[in-house]
Every structure is written in structure tokens, then in C-alpha cells.
Design a protein around this ligand. Sequence first.
Ligand SMILES: O=C(CO)COP(=O)(O)O
Length: 140
Amino acid sequence: MSTSPAQKPATRTPSDRPRIALIAHDRKKDTMVALAREFAPYLKTCTLMATGTTGGRLVDEVGLQVERMLSGPWGGDLQIGARLAVGEVDAVIFLRDPMTPQPHEPDINALVRACDVHDVPCATNLSSARLVLAQLLLKA
Ligand SMILES: O=C(CO)COP(=O)(O)O
């Protein structure tokens, strides 16, 4: 039934620019904006996508070009998960709020699971996000 996680689907679209998904829960959005400012010169060289509200803040407050999906509770995490499943996302920065229950917890779990299934780096806190971005920057 299952195939190897390393096996990428035929629809995989290679890209020269790293494709990074940026997502933050409400109480982590200020942290995401600060992180994006810190890495703005690098992020400007990437193809970025984000859930709706996070993306709006990154556009307005950091000046990044971001493809905005639906807001998380309306399916944005699932949209990013679907892109990821066909090989169109190289890394996910997902600053989750572990202290606040989310109405769309199943969607959040589905996205993080998709990262594990497809072996895509997924940073869910600030320290790991910095490590992932610093490593990507080294390879740039
Ligand atoms: O809820 C989210 C992720 O699960 C984030 O969605 P927004 O960026 O639209 O707030």
C-alpha cells in the first residue's frame, strides 16, 4: 500500500528558488514578522507562500512578496499541505502556539504529518526556524 517517503510524485516541479511556506498562529505572528525581518534579504530571494493572515502581515510589514492562501481555519494549512505533497514546498516555518487550542487542529496535524511523510523540513518554533533558515542561507 505505502510507498517510500523518498519517492516523489511525477508531478514534482523543480525550482531554482527555495520554496518556503510561512505560517504563524495569532500569538506568534509578531515573532514571525521579527523573524522575517531578520532574514528579509534571504527571503526576498525565495518563493514564499503563507496562510492568509500571516501572509498579509509579511507583505504589509516586511515588504515580502508572498502567495497568500486561505486563512488557516478556512483551509490554508491544507492548501499548503497539498502543495507540499506534490513536491512544491522545500521548507515550512510554522510557528505554532502550543498554549491555545485551535479549531482546525486536524488541519495543522495534517500539514505537519505531510512534512514527515515527504521529509520536508518543518520548524515549529523560533529556534528551529532560525536554524532552518540559516542552513538554507548557507546553501544559497
Ligand atoms: O491558523 C493558522 C495556521 O494553522 C494561520 O492562519 P493565518 O495566517 O490565516 O492566521
